[in-house]
Design a protein. Structure first.
Length: 323
């Protein structure tokens, strides 16, 4: 009888150890906090968007577990993505990433990953880049900029968040299409807007959220939307396609993990984050960032990664993305 009791106690103990943390092969996921890498510095648009969606998704996550954000910025997002690449594929380390980090950096520099090195989980949002000038500048329309740039090669200076940003690619595209020569100047964070308002650059290329406050106060004129769809608050701003260009480039945001996470785990994560962006209160917060909550399954997110890389590689055959 004593022997039977000992065997029973050992079996219970072993069962407890086996289930203390899900290894990603059952519906008991998650059994502990999940780390979410944000591969950009705190305070930027990607960080703000990530925190809104992550906070919302946490309430839909099973087992009352936490989503813990960690900012791992630097090198256009590639440092954070490299950290994810080496994480265990059990669903307890994932990343809120965008096409700049996953698609652009491998096309521009030597990285230890490619756009298909991760497990896509869900597409969550998208946003275009916009071009703005000071409200009292001589450039009131996008056509004004084109005319000036053609007549004054290498005199028009524009800023973007970093070398190889989606907004820089959009401007470099114009070199191919219109034969203009402009000067790119990268700036970090808030320094970009300060450079525009201080007269150090002629135009600012950035996200709708980064321009909203200055647009509302009348300090800037927003002249063009580099994307292929309108965005709330900027309905009167023409898109590239409306101006006759066969081009549209927006940034896609989504959730990814290390390659090989089991489908039972990605399904749980997918559903929690999908419910978050469909929650009216959370959707309103996203809209207030001038970002569109844009649901897409894992396959659509991967298609965005692949297409953006192909676009960059095509453009890089003609122009060099330098400062």
């Amino acid at each position: 009888m004593m022997c039977s009791l000992v065997v029973l106690l050992m079996a219970c103990s072993n069962t407890g150890e086996a289930t203390s943390k899900s290894t990603g092969n059952g519906t008991d996921f998650p059994q502990e906090s999940i780390q979410v890498i944000i591969p950009f510095a705190a305070g930027g648009v990607t960080d703000s968007l990530a925190r809104i969606i992550i906070e919302g998704a946490q309430q839909y996550l099973p087992n009352n577990q936490k989503l813990v954000t960690v900012n791992v910025g630097g090198a256009g997002g590639s440092i954070g993505m490299s950290q994810l690449l080496n994480a265990k594929a059990d669903g307890y380390t994932i990343a809120f990433a965008n096409t700049d980090a996953i698609s652009v950096q491998p096309a521009l520099t030597e990285t230890n990953y490619q756009n298909d090195s991760f497990e896509p989980i869900i597409k969550l949002a998208s946003a275009p880049f916009l071009l703005a000038t000071q409200s009292d500048s001589e450039w009131k329309t996008f056509e004004d900029i084109l005319t000036y740039a053609k007549e004054n090669p290498n005199q028009f200076k524009y800023g973007s968040p970093f070398v190889g940003s989606s907004s820089q690619v959009s401007m470099e595209y114009l070199k191919i299409q219109d034969g203009i020569e402009t000067v790119h100047v990268p700036y970090d964070g808030g320094a970009l807007m300060a450079a525009l308002l201080g007269g150090n650059i002629d135009a600012y290329t950035g996200t709708p959220a980064s321009l909203a406050a200055y647009k509302d106060t009348g300090e800037v004129n927003v002249l063009v939307n580099f994307g292929d769809a309108k965005i709330a608050g900027y309905e009167d701003v023409p898109t590239f396609k409306e101006l006759g260009y066969d081009f549209g480039l927006s940034v896609s945001f989504g959730l990814v993990g290390p390659k090989g996470i089991e489908s039972s785990v990605t399904s749980i994560l997918h559903d929690a984050f999908k419910q978050a962006i469909e929650d009216p209160a959370i959707a309103k917060k996203i809209e207030n960032l001038s970002v569109a909550a844009t649901y897409g399954p894992a396959e659509e997110l991967q298609a965005d990664f692949t297409n953006v890389t192909a676009l960059y590689e095509d453009i890089l055959q003609t122009v060099s993305l330098e400062e």
